[in-house]
Ligand binder design. Structure first.
Ligand code: FES
Ligand SMILES: [Fe+2]
Length: 375
């Protein structure tokens, strides 16, 4: 097929951009500022709906450093609260723990909360002045879902997340129907932005992941809008209808939604990659998907959650092959990110520039980080 691939102009400002200083990845004070300006002020992915508690159960997680309790009441409604007792701040359960029952009892002095967060009983509290049970409910946090993923926001009144047209552009990919085949969470020794930057560019692929390098046949355009960066493997000489769409359309344009329903004889003709600021990374193909989200535990340590999903009809062999291939690529990324963090920890500034086409996604990460801090 004779196809002219679509040109995408440089984002304004990328040519004069410089890389972030080492302190942004290694200084504890800077990290505290980011926790408040970014992680306490944005919707954060905390899990997949299949990870969430069943009706009448709860689960403790951490989001932006805050202890959060996700509860599914008996009617099946998901809610989220700070996992902090309104008496003397004991956590109602330990991070990662799950429980079930009609009510939650604080382990410290047994104040009892209903699953809607209201305080049912404060045994032994006596007669404190102006104490009303109704004034001491668990503090709510915002909770929202998008596709199969669950998000929380430190501010319970935050408007529901609007990820915009680029997120809608993966509407044709049937991620809800896919089966979860890999679920792992590991703490890694780097600042959260190091992985987000790494995920958001393909510049490193021929060198770090030679096994999956397709740069002879594809480029990797990126577009950004609001909280979402969208990249795709764009065939330079497309041979399929989906390939032609990917080469000539922008995500979300009429006809784009057919891509997610395309047959996958050539998977990299139909892959889409989203970075959702600040903590979700998503690969989607018609027959598989990979989600990663991060939770910083300190300036240079980050929990990386990974979930791999495949089409329900996938054979055991193809699932095993996907898991192995994804693991190899992930560990290669972990190694290079760990090495990069080492120079950040040494306080050495690269004073670098960004590749004006290949690192538009890194620019997206840096611009959001700067904007959050008002810099
Ligand atoms: S801290 Fe929870 S009951 Fe005292
Ligand atoms: Fe990589």
């Amino acid at each position: 097929m004779d196809v002219t691939v679509r040109e995408i102009p440089d984002p304004v400002g990328i040519r004069s951009a410089r890389t972030l200083p080492a302190a942004w990845y290694a200084d504890t004070t800077h990290h505290e500022r980011e926790l408040h300006a970014v992680f306490r002020d944005e919707w954060l992915c905390i899990g997949d709906l299949v990870d969430m508690p069943d009706a009448g159960t709860w689960k403790a997680v951490v989001a932006g450093g805050l202890p959060v309790l996700v509860v599914r009441d008996r009617e099946g409604e998901l809610r989220a609260f700070l996992n902090v007792c309104r008496h003397r701040a004991a956590p109602l359960c330990a991070t990662g723990d799950e429980g079930h029952g009609a009510a939650l009892s604080c382990p410290y002095h047994a104040w009892l909360y209903r699953l809607d967060g209201s305080l049912a009983r404060a045994q032994g509290v006596g007669d404190p002045e102006e104490f009303e049970l109704g004034d001491f409910s668990l503090k709510p946090v915002g909770l929202a879902t998008w596709r199969r993923w669950v998000f929380v926001h430190a501010d319970a009144r935050a408007p529901v997340p609007a990820f915009g047209p680029l997120a809608d552009a993966v509407g044709g990919y049937p991620v809800e129907e896919m089966h979860l085949v890999l679920s792992e969470s590991n703490e890694r020794p780097f600042n959260w932005k190091v992985l987000l930057e790494n995920y958001s560019e393909n510049y490193h692929t021929p060198f770090v992941h030679p096994e999956i390098d397709n740069s002879n046949t594809h480029d990797y355009p990126m577009v950004m809008d609001g909280l979402v960066l969208y990249a795709w493997d764009r065939p330079l000489r497309p041979t399929t209808d989906a390939g032609v769409r990917m080469a000539t359309l922008l995500p979300g344009e009429p006809g784009w939604d057919e891509i997610g329903r395309a047959p996958t004889a050539i998977p990299y003709d139909v892959g889409s990659y989203l970075t959702v600021w600040p903590n979700l990374m998503l690969n989607v193909f018609p027959d598989a998907a990979l989600a990663m989200w991060v939770e910083p535990t300190s300036v240079n340590r980050t929990v990386v959650h990974r979930r791999l999903y495949v089409h329900p009809d996938a054979s055991a062999d193809s699932v095993a092959a996907q898991v192995d291939a994804q693991r190899l690529v992930h560990l290669q990324d972990i190694d290079i990110c760990t090495a990069v963090q080492g120079t950040h920890d040494a306080g050495v500034d690269a004073d670098g520039v960004l590749a004006t086409v290949e690192e538009r996604g890194v620019f997206f990460v840096h611009e959001h980080a700067r904007a959050a801090l008002g810099i």
